[in-house]
Ligand binder design. Structure first.
Ligand SMILES: Cc1cc2nc3c(=O)[nH]c(=O)nc-3n(C[C@H](O)[C@H](O)[C@H](O)COP(=O)(O)O)c2cc1C
Length: 222
């Protein structure tokens, strides 16, 4: 079992959000998971230019780190997203990365995995960012087991009080991977998303027959 955390703080290893995500990874590790932390800011992620080439062949025209990051997500059983709150939202680094996952969202290449989200903030917006990160997990076909946000007031050590809860979240994620986790509300959202994205998969059937066949096999083409 492999659990991967990706956080979008530009502060990289000095990030408070990274520390919080790290607690969740520690909890997953205590449940037997192999864990990995990705400091997104250390990678080369080019912004999407809406050229739409990826929709034809699944391959981005940009030669950067996103394809290898996506492979690492595909190889993981559980995915933790983390971001600090920047102007009541995720960081630009995280958003640029998410925009590059549009094709992965349309084709639901991460479907069947579980995830959770963490955020830190000086004061406000943490819960909204966790909700957004979990929303993106759902877009990717990933069921979230929950999330945690911490308002630090600017003191990194504030997150230490949340270590037990973050570890419990990581354990819950590992438990979902090992034993399954059902959430009818999220499953309904995922089904709605697939009903919507099937139009794209059908439209591109001639360009991407293998992807189309996978959707037929999964019963997602109606
Ligand atoms: C550009 C920028 C925007 C921020 N916007 C907010 C905000 O809207 N609300 C808030 O409470 N804190 C805000 N903060 C504070 C960060 O969310 C907070 O310090 C966070 O814990 C930093 O996490 P990190 O160490 O992982 O980067 C902002 C910080 C920066 C640098």
């Amino acid at each position: 079992m492999k659990i991967l955390a990706i956080h979008g703080s530009p502060r990289s290893i000095r990030s408070t959000t990274r520390k919080l995500a790290g607690f969740a990874l520690e909890g997953a590790a205590e449940s037997g998971a192999e864990t990995e932390m990705i400091d997104l800011a250390d990678y080369h992620v080019t912004p999407c230019t809406a050229c739409e080439v990826c929709s034809l062949n699944g391959i981005c025209v940009n030669d950067d780190d996103v394809p290898s990051l996506l492979i690492r997500m595909q190889e993981a059983d559980g995915i933790i997203f983390g971001s600090p709150v920047y102007i009541d939202n995720i960081t630009g680094q995280m958003k640029v990365f998410f925009d590059r996952l549009a094709d992965a969202i349309h084709y639901q290449v991460l479907a069947g995995k579980f995830g959770c989200s963490v955020a830190t903030t000086y004061e406000s917006g943490g819960d909204d960012v966790v909700a957004y990160l979990n929303h993106v997990l759902n877009y990717l076909g990933v069921i979230s087991v929950g999330g945690i946000s911490v308002a630090t007031g600017g003191k990194m050590e504030t997150v230490d009080a949340t270590e037990p809860a973050a570890k419990a979240l990581g354990k819950k994620l590992a438990g979902a991977v090992m034993n399954g986790f059902s959430d009818p509300a999220q499953e309904a959202i995922l089904a709605d998303n697939r009903a919507y994205f099937q139009t794209i998969v059908k439209e591109n059937r001639d360009f991407r027959p293998e992807a189309y066949e996978r959707w037929v096999r999964m019963g997602w083409i109606k």
